[in-house]
Design a protein around this ligand. Structure first.
Ligand SMILES: C[S@@+](CC[C@H](N)C(=O)[O-])C[C@H]1O[C@@H](n2cnc3c(N)ncnc32)[C@H](O)[C@@H]1O
Length: 213
């Protein structure tokens, strides 16, 4: 990585993880501490449609799926308990505080952020605009990916610009297939005939953040 690349996001206001208390009833699942399988994160899992099918189809990965809204999380855990998937941890928490307290640097293979809240009136809450995104990148392994999907064109345009100009991450953008059914929101948007986009970001060798240690 060039000095320019490091400077680009390191000129931004730094995230302050020390200011965040652990979520209520916080505990780290044994699998996060022991890491018997490569770990994958999902942020804002909703009712868990994607989390459940990903865990079923990828028995060689452990998925930690985080959702903060109580009623969605309850629907998710009900199904997760019925399906007894030992490679899925469903977490009811704010993902930012939970990740800060539970996840070690350089430990996650892939991060899914599927149809995040659009935050059109509060763009500083969009994931790639947040200082927290640098912390999140520190948790990703080299070669690891962040997969972001949205139906909001302005959201994906901004995310792509931030990926190139601030985070300087190699990335690819594509349109989600019209028959894709990964999440409840994806099903809803595609059924309405809307276009959905996906941006895949990759953490390259030598990438540095202020939270690597
Ligand atoms: C638009 S919904 C999409 C849900 C699901 N991914 C889908 O596509 O069907 C966005 C979800 O992200 C959750 N969420 C937003 N910010 C979060 C955070 N900081 N931590 C955990 N969940 C969050 C919300 O509660 C909501 O359920």
């Amino acid at each position: 990585m060039t000095d320019n690349l490091e400077l680009s996001h390191q000129q931004q206001r730094a995230f302050q993880p020390q200011k965040l208390s652990a979520p209520r009833n916080f505990m780290i699942p044994a699998v996060v501490a022991n890491r018997p399988l490569p770990m994958v994160l999902e942020i804002g899992a909703g009712k868990g449609k994607h989390a459940l099918s990903f865990a079923r189809q990828s028995p060689d990965k452990h998925l930690i799926a985080i959702e903060r809204t109580r009623n969605k999380f309850d629907a998710f855990t009900k199904l997760a308990e019925q399906q007894k998937l030992s490679n899925l941890s469903a977490i009811h928490a704010d993902a930012i505080a939970w990740i800060v307290h539970a996840i070690a640097p350089n430990s996650i293979e892939r991060i899914f952020i599927l149809y995040p809240n659009p935050e059109q009136h509060n763009p500083n809450q969009q994931w790639l605009n947040m200082p927290f995104f640098e912390f999140l990148l520190s948790r990703l392994q080299v070669g690891g990916e962040v997969i972001l999907a949205t139906n909001i064109e302005a959201y994906i345009d901004n995310a792509e610009r931030q990926a190139n100009e601030v985070w300087r991450l190699p990335n690819t953008r594509h349109q989600v297939a019209s028959d894709s059914q990964r999440t409840h929101f994806e099903v809803k948007y595609l059924a309405r005939g809307e276009t959905c986009w996906q941006l895949t970001l990759r953490k390259p060798e030598g990438y540095k953040t202020r939270f690597d240690n």
